[in-house]
Unconditional design. Structure first.
Length: 362
C-alpha cells in the first residue's frame, strides 16, 4: 500500500542542471541503494541521460549494475583487502580503489593469478581520516605501486570532510594538500590519471575544484546541505492511504506517552506508515559544529509546522500524538476524507525509507 514515488521529470531536470554546471566528467555516486531511489532504475535513467561513470561502495552493487546492463565505468569507493573481492572486481571490469599497501598487494596478486591488469584509482587521505594513503607516504608509495606489474593507476582522488560552506577552511586546505600530493606523484614518476575530489556540495560551491571529474550523489536528489540557488528539485515522497476513520470524544488521549489530548470531539484517520517505513526519521546530526546545529534547529523550527502535516486529498491535515512504528493518526475533522483516500507524505528522505517500501518512478 505504501510507496515511495520518484518524479522522473524532476530527476531529468536535476541531471540537466548538474551536467550544465559541471566543468568535468560526472561520476554518479550510487551508494545506499542509490540514496534510496533504487539502484538499478536510478542508474538506468542516468545512463539514458549521458552519465557513463558510476561509483558504489559495495562490490555487490557493482555486480548488480553490470548484470543489469550498466555498461559505463564503475568504481568501488571502498578499498578491499579480500582476495575474493579483488578477483570479482577484476573479472567484471570494475575499477578498484587502492588506499593502502595491503589493498594494492591484494589487487595485484588477484590480477596476476588471472593474468590480467587491474585498473585502480589511488585514494589520498587529505584529512578525512578514513580510507587512503597519507600525503607523507606518497614518495614511497609511488615506488611501491610502480613495482607491482599487474595493476594500473587510472585515477587519483580524495574526499572532503566539510564542504558545505564557502568558508570551510578545511576544504581549501584539503584541496591544496591534494594538489601538492599529485605534484609529488608526478615528481616520483606516477601519473595520477583522472583527478577528483568534489562531492555534491563542493561541486556546487567550489567550481574551481572540479578538476577532471566530480562525484555526485545527493545533488541528483536535490537534497543538498548548501543553499539551493541552483534550482535543483527535491525528489521523492511517500504515498499511503487512510485505512480507518473514527470519532473521538473531547478529552481523549491519542498515542503513546499521552502527548495529545482532544480539545473537542474530532474525527481521526489512521495511516499505516511510521518509523519502520522511514517516516518521521531524521538523520543524525551530532557530527556537525555548533553553528551548523543551530542552523539546523532554526531550519527544523521553520519546518516544524510542515513536519506535523500530511496531505489528504490535496489538503494539509495535522498528525496527532506521536508517530508510531507502523501508524500515524491524523485529524480529519474538517474534511470529508474516507477510508481508502490517498495520503501524501513529502517531508521524508528517500535514504531513510525502508527497503521493503516499493519504489515507483512516475
Ligand atoms: C558519498 C560520497 C560521495 C557523494 O557525496 P554527495 O555529497 O552525496 O554528493 C562522493 N565521494 C565519496 C567518497 C562518497 O563517499
Amino acid at each position: 500500500m505504501n510507496k515511495l514515488l520518484i518524479e522522473r521529470n524532476k530527476l531529468l531536470k536535476n541531471i540537466e542542471i548538474i551536467k550544465k554546471y559541471s566543468r568535468s566528467k560526472i561520476i554518479a555516486v550510487l551508494k545506499a541503494n542509490a540514496y534510496g531511489l533504487g539502484l538499478i532504475e536510478f542508474a538506468n535513467i542516468l545512463q539514458q541521460n549521458g552519465i557513463d561513470f558510476f561509483a558504489v561502495t559495495d562490490i555487490k552493487d557493482a555486480l548488480k549494475l553490470r548484470e543489469n546492463g550498466i555498461s559505463g565505468q564503475i568504481i568501488v569507493l571502498t578499498p578491499t583487502n579480500l582476495p575474493e573481492e579483488a578477483r570479482l572486481i577484476i573479472q567484471n571490469g570494475i575499477i578498484a580503489t587502492v588506499g593502502s599497501r595491503t589493498s594494492a598487494l591484494v589487487l595485484n596478486n588477484a590480477a596476476s593469478s588471472l593474468s590480467k591488469t587491474a585498473s585502480f584509482h589511488l585514494k589520498i587521505d587529505t584529512g578525512f581520516g578514513r580510507f587512503g594513503f597519507l600525503p607523507q607516504e606518497i614518495p614511497d608509495v609511488c615506488s611501491f605501486i610502480k613495482s607491482l606489474d599487474n595493476i594500473q593507476i587510472t585515477g587519483t582522488y580524495s574526499h572532503f570532510s566539510y564542504s558545505f560552506s564557502k568558508k570551510s577552511k578545511t576544504a581549501y586546505a584539503q584541496y591544496n594538500t591534494f594538489m601538492d600530493t599529485i605534484e609529488q606523484m608526478r615528481q616520483n614518476g606516477l601519473e595520477p590519471g583522472l583527478r577528483h575530489i568534489c562531492n555534491s556540495s563542493a561541486f556546487l560551491l567550489f567550481p574551481e575544484m572540479h578538476l577532471d571529474a566530480v562525484r555526485i550523489g545527493s545533488a541528483f536528489l536535490g537534497r543538498i546541505l548548501v543553499k539551493n540557488t541552483y534550482v535543483l528539485e527535491r525528489i521523492g515522497y511517500l504515498k499511503s492511504r487512510i485505512i480507518e476513520t473514527k470519532e473521538l470524544p473531547k478529552n481523549h488521549n491519542i498515542g503513546y506517552a499521552n502527548t495529545y489530548r482532544t480539545k473537542k470531539p474530532i474525527r481521526i484517520g489512521i495511516i499505516p506508515i511510521g518509523y519502520a517505513d522511514g517516516f518521521g526519521l531524521v538523520k543524525r546530526r551530532d557530527s556537525f559544529r555548533l553553528s551548523d546545529i543551530l542552523s539546523y534547529i532554526w531550519r527544523d523550527v521553520r519546518l516544524l509546522r510542515k513536519k506535523d502535516w500530511v496531505i489528504v486529498n490535496g489538503k494539509h491535515v495535522s498528525i496527532l500524538g506521536r508517530i508510531n512504528i507502523n501508524n500515524i493518526v491524523v485529524d480529519l475533522t474538517d474534511t470529508d476524507a474516507k477510508v481508502g483516500d490517498e495520503v501524501i507524505l513529502d517531508n521524508i528522505n528517500p535514504l531513510l525509507v525502508g527497503i521493503h517500501v516499493e519504489r515507483e518512478y512516475i
